[in-house]
Design a binder for this molecule. Structure first.
Ligand code: GLU
Length: 268
């Protein structure tokens, strides 16, 4: 077991990020309740085991589209703002229900780039997060897509989760993806592509492997995940990309098993 993976066993403050492509069925775009429920149960159990969990969830726009029966993501910004406003409530309703079933309390925080733009803004955001953790509740975070446009928008929750992890001094950021981790090629096109276990340094080779592609539902893709890894590891946070579709993966990764790709924090 590598030293970085060995350290995961002791991690106490953990940010877990889930993207729309994990939360929704690929074909229908509707929410995958089976997967959401299993994920909530795993997070609730980690919390019961004494971990502080900060949960970053996408899916507001997808939930809004479902609710209104919209099948194609609209092109205009106001329509997406409205779908996010409608869907964020739907999403929280589901989380509230599932987390409550496992005895957990959650608190929603919606952030924009402005909430991390300077020391003062970061401190206010950190204080709110810390207060939720002190109340033994689980913060559930998304970008405030209803108001975040143009220069105040972070734009993807991979980078948002890295900003949050750095802000709150998390030891680990786990990004749940729809594939197993970072490959040295595109596994969807090239069957010889190999999963990378550990990325010691994020250089131009690693950035090339990440490519630019995303899925039709999510905003991210490997590119934004590697950007997030660069930011997180530079701020003392170890990052992992694991497959969010495999039940039990979170627990296995946190017990040091060789799951997904690990980007050990840079020790400065
Ligand atoms: N904040 C967006 C949503 O909830 C998703 C951003 C992303 O996919 O990274 O729909």
């Amino acid at each position: 077991m590598s030293t970085a993976r060995e350290h995961l066993k002791q991690a106490r403050r953990i940010v877990i990020k889930v993207g729309t492509s994990t939360l929704a069925h690929a074909d229908s775009g509707k929410l995958n309740l089976y997967r959401i429920e299993h994920l909530v149960r795993e997070i609730a159990d980690l919390h019961n085991a004494g971990k502080e969990i900060i949960f970053v969830s996408s899916g507001a726009i997808a939930a809004g589209m479902n609710k209104l029966g919209v099948r194609v993501k609209p092109q205009t910004i106001p329509a997406n703002q409205a779908l996010a406003a409608i869907g964020q409530g739907v999403l929280m309703h589901i989380y509230e229900k599932f987390f409550a079933e496992y005895g957990q309390t959650i608190g929603q925080i919606l952030l924009t780039g402005e909430n991390a733009a300077d020391d003062h803004a970061r401190e206010n955001s950190r204080n709110a997060l810390q207060a939720i953790l002190d109340m033994d509740a689980i913060p559930v975070i998304n970008e405030n897509d209803a108001v975040a446009v143009d220069e105040i928008k972070i734009g993807d929750n991979d980078n948002l989760s890295a900003i949050v992890a750095a802000m709150i001094g998390a030891e680990v950021l786990i990004i749940l993806s729809d594939i197993d981790g970072l490959y040295d090629g595109n596994p969807k096109l090239d069957s010889s592509a190999r999963l990378i276990d550990e990325v010691a340094a994020i250089d131009s080779d690693v950035e090339r492997m990440a490519g630019g592609a995303g899925t039709k539902l999510g905003t991210g893709g490997m590119f934004t995940k590697v950007q997030a890894a660069k930011f997180a590891t530079a701020h003392g946070v170890t990052m992992l990309i694991i497959n969010g579709g495999v039940v039990g993966n979170l627990r296995r990764a946190l017990s040091g098993e060789s799951v997904g790709t690990i980007f050990p924090r840079r020790v400065t």
